[in-house]
Design a protein around this ligand. Structure first.
Ligand SMILES: NC(=O)c1ccc[n+]([C@@H]2O[C@H](COP(=O)([O-])OP(=O)(O)OC[C@H]3O[C@@H](n4cnc5c(N)ncnc54)[C@H](O)[C@@H]3O)[C@@H](O)[C@H]2O)c1
Length: 256
């Protein structure tokens, strides 16, 4: 069996209804994992499950708002109840960036972005790590950051702060859990063609042709499946010597 295989691993993917989360859940199932598809939106989450099952894989849906501790605790418990354990998780759920300068901050919007995009990752790891530590035989977690984890954008304070924070959370968790064989890494996507990016393009009234060359050395948006590959590899045994890393999947945007 290839070391990149996820055969019989039990995985949680948050925000798996659409976009990169859905692509990640599909790829994990294709590689043999049993997948908890966790999302706040039951319709799209169930559609991801249906696609996986139709393709011969194993998955089931859990409704979760990652900003709520009781929801993420129930999400991890569902993995244990349905599939017996937890091996890996991709904490991917996030909400669309705020669009105000700090001087015009909308406090409710700021709180919501931080609650989902930063606290949601911390709460997800809290529940996942407790289960992995109780099992006592290691595991792997991938947190989804962004190019905004390193390169700030104007009018994006809450999202930028949250995504910087995801790197901090990832590093702290990697330090705390290496001795237990638990690897914790971040994947930082660039411009990836998902409903989130399409929504942002609509807001600014731009097209891929106008926008992509400034965001990608390849002059095109990435596909969700190209990020899913990085997530799967980092969760697999092939990445056994990697923890505390932030892997850019951004077509060279941040190297410019
Ligand atoms: N699309 C991009 O270009 C881009 C770039 C960099 C980073 N990212 C990051 O990649 C990840 C995935 O982004 P995407 O573009 O696929 O997003 P998306 O908006 O297309 O999908 C996000 C998913 O998360 C779910 N979700 C939202 N709030 C939730 C909550 N509170 N609890 C549970 N689920 C919730 C949504 O229902 C949806 O299914 C996010 O962390 C995002 O910040 C995206």
């Amino acid at each position: 069996m290839a070391r990149t295989d996820l055969h019989d691993k039990v995985a949680i993917v948050t925000g798996a209804g659409v976009g990169m989360g859905a692509a990640t859940a599909r790829l994990f199932a294709q590689q043999g994992a049993k997948v908890i598809v966790a999302d706040i939106d039951e319709t799209t989450g169930q559609a991801t499950v249906d696609a996986i099952v139709e393709a011969g894989g194993t998955a089931s849906f859990v409704h979760v708002d990652v900003s709520q501790a009781e929801d993420v605790a129930a999400m991890v418990q569902a993995a244990v109840d349905r599939y017996g354990r937890l091996d890996c998780a991709v904490n991917n759920a996030a909400v669309t960036p705020d669009t105000h300068p700090i001087a015009e901050m909308d406090e409710d919007e700021f709180d919501r972005v931080i609650a989902v995009d930063l606290k949601g990752v911390a709460l997800s790891m809290w529940a996942e790590l407790r289960q992995l530590l109780a099992q006592g035989d290691g595991g792997a977690i991938v947190n989804i950051g962004s190019v905004s984890s390193f390169r700030p954008q104007p009018n994006n304070a809450a999202y930028t702060a949250a995504k910087h924070g995801v790197i901090g959370l990832t590093k702290v968790a990697s330090l705390e859990n290496a001795e237990h064989g638990i690897r914790v890494n971040a994947v930082c996507p660039g411009a990836i063609d998902t409903p989130m990016l399409r929504g942002a393009l609509e807001t600014i009234g731009a097209t891929e042709e106008e926008f992509a060359p400034a965001l990608s050395l390849f002059g095109r948006f990435g596909q969700p499946e190209e990020v899913a590959e990085a997530n799967a590899w980092l969760c697999s045994d092939a990445a056994s010597y990697i923890t505390g890393a932030a892997l850019m999947v951004d077509a060279g945007y941040t190297s410019r």
